[in-house]
Design a protein around this ligand. Structure first.
Ligand code: KG4
Ligand code: ZN
Length: 350
């Protein structure tokens, strides 16, 4: 079964063809980073315009590389939430047009569910059907969530950040340290030459949840908004010198350590409850996080599953791959006429 997947939920314009849910025939990602960099973050208006401009060529390239031909596609899959409404709409409109023209089913995909599935594609993949229940940690620019996965398609959110996502914390910290955008890779790089113990930034453990958050376990919740404020205050008290490279390296390493330590402590609890932990999303590319996760899992004899680096940040292979598991539900009743975007779509909601 060949599925063409489209992903336009944020600032990556992506298309991929995946066979039978795991064999990635093509995976094209046009990253808009250069267009958002001058603003220090994603500008929704620019993102949607970039999707409109680039999606046709990205799709054409994905089809050419896959070499399967339009008539050999069995379905079109598209991310319909969560994400930026104006960006999601571009992918959805293209997907509907293609599905109508080719007369094949349209399958709407939840971006968070696709991130979880990113751990199960490519040549070295593990078969999620044979795995049994596990816990997933999604760490990206927009999300930091612990999810109990009973099976593909059956999820329960058990914890999340009560404010900023881990990726957001990296991006805001890098901005304060004038390391540029996106902040995660910049801090990761600068931190390599730094001392992670130089400044003890606050760890974002949450002990009691605010009243507006219900149904989650505090032991799986985190908070990162105090961290950037702590860095801001630190910089006010200790302004950077004119030649700040060494200071910035130490601060980047210390700041990164606070995020990583927080996630590791929570992940360690997760491995007490479930012996399998999958970690996915852009922040899971972080070298320090990967290193400490491996040590933690080893010590606890837990199984750690990491998405391959090229599937950590937003891509369409995870969308097209997951869609194979939804095909049976949607083939008889395509979503062409009914599917809409849902910027706040939660896990297990569609
Ligand atoms: O998964 P993703 O592409 O987008 C969302 O769905 O949000 O993740 C992007 C996030 C950004 O915040 C970026 O700074 C972060 O992932 N990131 C990293 C690293 N590479 C990307 N954070 C820490 N260390 C990295 N090496
Ligand atoms: Zn994402």
């Amino acid at each position: 079964m060949n599925i063409l997947g489209l992903e336009t939920s944020c600032d990556e314009t992506a298309a991929a063809v995946v066979r039978d849910g795991h064999e990635v025939l093509s995976n094209i990602v046009y990253t808009q980073i250069a267009h958002h960099r001058p603003y220090g973050g994603v500008v929704p208006e620019i993102a949607s315009r970039q999707h409109v401009e680039h999606l046709p060529e990205v799709i054409a390239e994905a089809m050419a590389q896959a070499g399967v031909g339009w008539s050999n596609l069995d379905a079109i899959a598209v991310t319909h939430g969560p994400g930026l409404a104006s960006s999601l709409l571009v992918g959805l409109a293209a997907a509907k047009g293609l599905a109508l023209r080719l007369n094949i089913p349209l399958i709407g995909i939840n971006h968070l569910e696709a991130h979880i599935y990113s751990a199960f594609i490519g040549p070295d993949r593990i078969d999620p059907q044979a795995l049994g229940p596990f816990l997933a940690l999604i760490v990206s620019g927009g999300h930091t969530s612990f999810v109990k996965v009973e099976a593909i398609g059956r999820y329960r959110l058990i914890g999340r950040t009560v404010d900023d996502a881990a990726g957001e914390a990296f991006d805001k910290g890098a901005n304060l340290l004038k390391l540029g955008y996106p902040g995660g890779p910049a801090i990761d790089k600068a931190a390599r030459a730094g001392n992670p113990a130089l400044v003890s930034f606050p760890r974002g453990f949450v002990h009691r949840l605010p009243g507006r958050i219900t149904g989650l376990e505090p032991k799986y919740c985190v908070s990162f908004s105090g961290l950037k404020t702590a860095l801001l205050y630190h910089l006010r008290q200790h302004p950077l010198s004119p030649e700040p490279a060494a200071e910035v390296a130490d601060l980047a390493a210390s700041y990164q350590e606070a995020i990583v330590d927080t996630l590791i402590q929570r992940a360690a609890r997760a491995t007490d409850d479930a012996k399998i932990l999958a970690v996915v999303g852009g922040v899971s590319l972080n070298h320090r996080l990967r290193e400490k996760l491996a040590i933690m899992a080893d010590k606890r004899r837990a199984r750690l599953i990491l998405a391959a680096p090229k599937y950590c940040t937003d891509n369409a292979a995870m969308v097209a791959g997951l869609a194979a598991h939804k095909f049976a539900d949607h083939a008889p009743r395509s979503q062409i006429m009914t599917l809409d975007v849902d910027p706040n779509l939660g896990l297990g909601e569609g």
